[in-house]
Design a binder for this molecule. Structure first.
Ligand code: RP5
Length: 169
């Protein structure tokens, strides 16, 4: 059986600078992924074809980023029973509130796991997808745990430095 992978979809190449955080995080965690520009509105047939093909080839989780009237995550969720994570992009005059509501307000039975607007969401989408894959991948689960420990240690180190600078240490 082929190795499970994450499919990262974005509605436009204008989403790529923010989505880079998703790609970098997946890469750092050693999670296999594919990335495509495909739109629910501008290329609906290509989006449908890709989702069916990716699912057939072993896609375990879809990450979908879109802005404005953001229907990419919802459209993909309607085409697959694999988990779908939606990233609302801050692409227009409403600073992502439009995309947030379009992504998060799914009707019952067709879930989208919606993360934060913009870059924090882009990063967290990768972590969330990795955590899903880690349910059946012990090595990945260990890498995720180690990363949390390293992050905690870095916070403690920075606090110790601050206390020393303030003369409290
Ligand atoms: C959405 O419309 C895309 O995901 C993007 O966030 C937004 C604007 O797209 P462009 O007009 O920059 O291509 O479909």
């Amino acid at each position: 059986m082929s190795q499970p992978f994450v499919a990262v979809l974005m509605g436009s190449d204008s989403d790529l600078p923010v989505l880079q955080a998703t790609l970098d995080t997946l890469e750092a965690l050693g999670v296999p992924f594919e990335v495509r520009i495909t739109s629910a509105h501008r290329t609906p047939e290509r989006t449908h074809a890709y989702v069916h093909d990716a699912e057939r080839r072993g896609c375990a989780v879809f990450i979908c980023a879109a802005g404005l009237a953001a229907h990419l995550a919802g459209t993909v969720a309607g085409l697959t029973t694999r988990p779908v994570i939606g990233i609302p992009m801050d692409a227009g005059p409403l600073n992502g509130m439009d995309a947030l509501l379009s992504t998060v307000q799914m009707p019952g039975g067709i879930p989208v796991a919606c993360v934060a607007i913009g870059k924090a969401g882009a990063k967290n989408a990768a972590y969330l997808a990795a955590q899903m894959l880690a349910l059946s991948d012990d090595a990945l689960a260990e890498r995720l745990k180690k990363e949390r420990q390293d992050n905690a240690a870095a916070v403690e180190r920075k606090d110790a430095e601050l206390q020393t600078r303030l003369g409290n240490g």
